[in-house]
Design a protein around this ligand. Structure first.
Ligand SMILES: Cc1cc2nc3c(=O)[nH]c(=O)nc-3n(C[C@H](O)[C@H](O)[C@H](O)COP(=O)(O)OP(=O)(O)OC[C@H]3O[C@@H](n4cnc5c(N)ncnc54)[C@H](O)[C@@H]3O)c2cc1C
Length: 395
């Protein structure tokens, strides 16, 4: 048996034994927050995978990983998909700041932060956007001033996802006010459970508050928790954004893959639309053609994802992450549009007993997915990056 075949067989056997039934199919995927209690099987699954080093499969063993290479990583993903297992852990810890610490952190910082992150201890938030700094992120004004062996932080961040349940936040802050816009910025780790950090939920039209305003009023952080060189946070922070985009795109091999089991679109179509009794074909030719076109694009995208992972020589993602994030987002949104058409007039329901539960749930998913055009850097910003950095067009 080849080494690869042996790895697959071992992986399959291990997963069969260690993935409990409650961790298979749709359900909760933990992101590490101490403030969220995990149901039994999710806890067991997370602990089992963390002990095996498979919450962060490519990380060094010393920091909680298993040092898998890209081929082994792909096998693990395939085997997880085969048993319809959910990811044991995802989030801004293992996917964004963890890989960034691996790239830029000191040995002390790696030893201090990474093993706990790999075990899902502590939920991480992202403190980048400010009321006056979104796409133009370098205009940020939250400042951190050195006092002895710590920094005092003052300012306001906005759109902080999950902040009500966050334990830590990584934030871009200004550490030198006199420097040019892109200089004088640093990336710092801050404990959110302190009086200097206040979180105000932002209520959306849906009634939910997925994100918040985060206010820093004389908040403190240790001087040991600046990641990368002081005042060079722009370089460090951009790398983190590439990890974010490659996570959205499903190609971040330096972290965990966010696998949320979903029903295949052809199955949804066959259930919702009239089909030919003998062949099972969808009768409406327009709907059938639209589904087929989407499936072909989705398949091509999956092959591109696979190639991107296979070719990942270095762990750090490049500008490909912008291409794949852009196309992946479009495909997710198109999937929801197609599902909506198949639902017909039911697809327009917001609330009320007249609409099937599935339709009401889908309306929310459909609208929520629209935000992906903005999250992780807007579509226009990705197009700018592709034009400049991939195609080499003039600035
Ligand atoms: C679901 C979701 C979750 C988020 N979570 C977080 C989080 O946890 N932490 C965090 O820090 N932020 C978060 N954000 C914020 C997100 O990063 C910003 O919304 C995004 O960077 C855009 O910034 P902005 O909203 O200020 O829009 P703006 O930058 O004001 O952009 C407005 C419009 O102008 C366009 N535009 C701006 N500049 C250019 C340009 N140079 N060329 C062409 N077009 C341009 C944009 O594409 C956009 O259409 C989240 C956003 C969403 C939607």
């Amino acid at each position: 048996m080849s080494e690869t075949a042996e790895f697959r067989a071992d992986t399959r056997a291990w997963l069969q034994e260690n993935c409990p039934p409650g961790a298979r199919g749709a359900g909760l995927v933990p992101w590490g927050s101490r403030k969220v209690e995990l149901p039994g099987d999710s806890r067991v699954w997370l602990d089992n995978m963390a002990a095996k080093g498979w919450t962060v499969p490519t990380w060094p063993k010393a920091y909680g990983g298993a040092e898998l290479d890209p081929t082994q990583y792909l096998i693990l993903l395939e085997e997880l998909r085969r048993i319809n297992a959910r990811s044991p852990l995802i989030g801004r810890g293992v996917n964004y700041i963890g890989p960034t610490i691996l790239d830029f952190g000191t040995d002390e910082q790696k030893a201090r932060w990474l093993p706990g992150m790999a075990r899902g201890e502590g939920g991480w938030c992202m403190g980048y956007s400010e009321p006056g700094a979104g796409s133009d992120l370098a205009s940020l004004s939250t400042k951190a001033e050195r006092e002895g062996d710590q920094y005092i932080i003052n300012g306001r961040k906005i759109w902080t996802s999950d902040a009500t349940h966050g334990d830590y936040i990584f934030a871009l802050v200004r550490t030198d006010n006199a420097a040019a816009k892109h200089d004088g910025i640093s990336l710092i780790l801050i404990d959110m459970d302190q009086p200097g950090v206040q979180v105000r939920p932002i209520r959306l039209i849906s009634g939910n508050s997925p994100f918040c305003e985060t206010l820093f009023e004389d908040a403190t952080a240790s001087a040991m928790d600046i990641i990368g060189p002081i005042n060079q946070g722009w370089t460090v922070g951009k790398r983190l954004l590439q990890y974010e985009r490659s996570t959205h795109a499903g190609i971040n091999i330096s972290g965990a893959q966010g696998r949320v089991a979903e029903t295949p679109l052809p199955e949804i179509f066959s259930r919702l639309l009239p089909t030919d009794d003998a062949t099972g074909r969808i009768l409406d030719t327009d709907q059938r053609a639209a589904l087929l076109k989407w499936q072909m694009r989705q398949r091509t995208y999956e092959m591109t994802q696979r190639r991107a992972i296979e070719e990942a020589q270095a762990r750090a993602p490049g500008f490909t992450s912008s291409v794949v994030k852009l196309i992946g987002t479009l495909l997710k949104q198109e999937r929801d549009e197609l599902h909506l058409t198949a639902l017909g007039s039911n697809g327009l329901g917001w609330e009320g007993e007249a609409f099937p539960k599935e339709a009401l749930k889908h309306t929310r998913t459909w609208l929520q997915q629209k935000s992906l055009t903005i999250a992780g850097g807007t579509k226009e910003i990705q197009l700018n990056i592709i034009a400049k950095r991939v195609l080499g067009l003039p600035d």
